[in-house]
Design a binder for this molecule. Structure first.
Ligand code: SF4
Length: 369
């Protein structure tokens, strides 16, 4: 996919916050792709085909992109939940939709364009929707520069003018399975954003455009060479080792041991209180990543033998993942995903909070006694 070198949806936040980054990024080598980005691209392509071509996700099993292959887990964990969340917005299937639409600013901001995942119209509301299939970072919808960019560009794109024509409100939506985040704004706010973006692009073209580090640095390709970044590293390295007082260092190391113990105990206390049903603001328990295992090893071994696969390692049955290397689609019902336990996570973590069944059962039983 071609990206705008002026400003695109995913770079709007950086350009607006760090105008000096534009010139620096043009000199930086392109960032290498990652398996997460490649998986995201594959999932975007699949969900786009489901919506635009009315295809079943299962029809695309085995589809590949840069070494990533669409499997049933991806459909179950990402595609189907994302489609269910989209249905929440439009339970009667009345929304008029367009997917993977190229939107641009035309003469208002030449060279600025992007591709919007979903644009929709229902009643007086225009919808701007972005799929996020990554798990690590929870993406907020409120004042999200990427969504506002797509809204502002789409408003200036004749092919999708119908989405905004007469709309009194605009819903900016992030669908990041299993979570949907929504923010309602107005055409007026999107107009303000477009003007601020245009101003930022102009400032960025000046020879003395300033560098301004912040959380927008996260995906900046110029990070390894950025003076604002390397300066901070250099300053830290300039602290001479021999100038550090050894006695003081020993005391600090002892304090660090104490501090580590305090952190561990604090985490344990928070976890214990949540498990007992207390509400700790900003924290919850989530299930650790599940590991698939056979529902019944004997049944699995027989099934694999029937499929021509030797199911045995020297001393044990092979794992579901190893079986999948030999046969693409395992028969349904053979495996089950089992989490190795629960772990503490900030409220912003996209995984759902674990139900504290033990605690709730005790409370329920106490009412019966
Ligand atoms: S790393 Fe941060 S400060 Fe440096 S150019 Fe990129 S966005 Fe600006």
């Amino acid at each position: 996919m071609k990206h705008s070198t002026v400003v695109g949806g995913s770079t709007a936040k950086r350009v607006m916050n760090c105008p000096g980054s534009v010139a620096l990024v043009q000199l930086a080598p392109p960032s290498p792709s990652s398996i997460y980005a490649d998986k995201g691209t594959l999932l975007h392509a699949v969900i786009s085909d489901v919506l635009a071509e009315d295809r079943a996700p299962e029809d695309m099993l085995g589809l590949q992109y840069e070494g990533q292959t669409l499997d049933q887990d991806m459909i179950d964990d990402k595609i189907n939940p994302a489609l269910d969340l989209l249905d929440q917005l439009d339970p009667h299937q009345e929304m008029k939709l367009t997917v993977e639409t190229r939107v641009g600013f035309g003469k208002f901001l030449p060279g600025a364009f992007g591709s919007c995942d979903v644009l929709g119209r229902l009643g007086d509301t225009a919808y701007v929707i972005d799929w996020k299939f990554g798990e690590g970072i929870a993406v907020a919808a409120e004042e999200n520069e990427q969504l506002m960019y797509y809204a502002a560009a789409a408003m200036r794109t004749p092919e999708v003018a119908w989405v905004f024509d007469g709309a009194t409100s605009i819903e900016c939506i992030i669908i990041q399975p299993p979570v949907i985040r929504r923010w309602t704004t107005t055409p007026k706010r999107i107009g303000q954003f477009a003007r601020a973006l245009k101003k930022a692009v102009k400032v960025a073209s000046l020879p003395d455009a300033k560098l301004n580090p912040g959380d927008h640095c996260r995906f900046c390709p110029a990070k390894p060479t950025c003076p604002a970044m390397t300066g901070a590293v250099d300053r830290a390295l300039k602290v001479k080792l021999d100038a550090i007082d050894d006695e003081m260092l020993g005391k600090y190391a002892a304090n660090a041991v104490l501090l580590q113990g305090w952190i561990d105990d604090l985490n344990a206390l928070v976890q214990t209180k949540i498990e007992k049903g207390y509400k700790i603001p900003g924290w919850k328990m989530v299930a650790k990543k599940g590991r698939r295992q056979w529902v019944d090893e004997v049944v699995a071994a027989k099934t694999l033998l029937g499929l021509g696969i030797n199911p045995q390692k020297p001393l044990e049955i092979i794992s579901p993942a190893q079986a999948e290397k030999k046969i693409k689609n395992l028969p349904e019902g053979l495996t089950v995903s089992v989490s190795s336990g629960d772990t503490l996570a900030p409220e912003s973590d996209p995984r759902p909070a674990v139900l504290q069944i033990g605690q709730q059962l005790t409370a329920a039983l106490s009412k019966l006694i």
